[in-house]
Design a protein around this ligand. Structure first.
Ligand code: ADP
Length: 289
């Protein structure tokens, strides 16, 4: 990916202040800059109230800037005539799978967004088929959504968004209500979509999920506190601790092993990477290859 390729989403100087009817205004975002490129997965992490959801809602014009701008595929989210085009390009998946499913059977649910776009029925049918294939749920197309597992429900929600042919998927804590198997199936699905060119913005409390992203952006008090590759960001223990965040357990384990004298390369993020590096160090220690 070239740094010079134009960003799919360009956020510049974005500030957002909530003005609750009663009480003081709440400055939730303060001068945030962010670029999201095609085929890139960005993990957005930060403590509760750091502004992650507020930023996510700006990416598809659910909120509009108090100051600054959000440009999606050349469209300014403040342009009233562009709102539906922006929402079609940036799909959102939220935390609670049940809140997002409305129809009596899976395939009707997946078709819902396309119907709102006013597409012809034959086009909708072919898009629904394709989206169900993509998330691997063709066999369940006639099932009532409430009989599915949490991970399957989130994949139905993802299929509904995919059928609208978005350029970017924003997942706001989309795996937090799921069991480990459900989390894995949703992550495998969305990372496959990233590999096919979709941009992903993943809001997560899971540092293991953040470690799978191409870039990690850390929000604190409505500003970007840190941004970089997962290895760069998780190496900044000082900043993470101050923000009450922690590197993934594998990173902490690799650091502990290195401190104990095991010769490991820097930047290990996942269990398979650490296992390979420890095995290589062990073989070297025994004089093997
Ligand atoms: P996060 O997703 O990181 O938990 P949010 O974006 O939800 O953070 O919230 C950022 C700040 O904005 C918090 O102080 C939160 O209380 C406040 N906030 C969020 N939504 C509203 C709202 N609708 N009205 C007033 N304040 C809000």
């Amino acid at each position: 990916m070239s740094d010079r390729a134009p960003a799919l989403i360009r956020v510049r100087g974005l500030s957002h202040t909530y003005e609750p009817g009663a009480g003081e205004p709440v400055p939730a975002l303060r001068g945030v800059d962010l670029d999201v490129h095609r085929g890139e997965c960005i993990a957005l992490i930060g403590g509760n109230g750091s502004g992650k959801s507020t930023l996510a809602k700006h990416l598809n014009a659910l909120l509009l800037p108090t100051a600054g701008e959000v440009i999606v595929d050349g469209l300014d989210t403040r342009d009233r005539d562009a709102v539906w085009a922006v929402r079609q390009r940036v799909g959102m998946i939220f935390e609670h799978p049940d809140d997002q499913l409305i129809a009596a059977v899976v395939e009707e649910d997946v078709a819902f967004g396309c119907e709102n776009l006013g597409l012809p029925p034959t086009e909708i049918r072919s898009r629904v088929d394709e989206a169900l294939r993509t998330v691997g749920l063709e066999a369940l197309r006639r099932r009532p959504p409430h009989l599915l597992s949490g991970g399957q429900k989130q994949r139905v929600a993802i299929a509904g968004v995919l059928a609208m042919r978005p350029r970017c998927l924003v997942l706001d804590e989309a795996t937090s209500m799921l069991d480990p198997a459900g989390q894995r199936e949703v992550m495998e699905t969305v990372l496959r979509l990233r590999d096919e060119g979709l941009a992903l913005v993943l809001i997560t409390h899971s540092m293991e999920e953040a470690a799978l992203a191409d870039r990690v952006v850390v929000l604190a008090g409505g500003t970007v506190a840190l941004s970089g590759t997962p290895s760069d960001v998780f190496a900044r223990d000082d900043v993470l601790r101050r923000l009450r965040l922690e590197a993934p357990p594998i990173v902490a384990l690799a650091r502990g092993l290195a401190a104990a004298g095991v010769p490991l390369p820097p930047g290990l993020l996942t269990a398979p990477q650490l296992a390979d590096a420890v095995a290589a160090a062990y073989r070297r220690g025994r004089g093997g290859a």
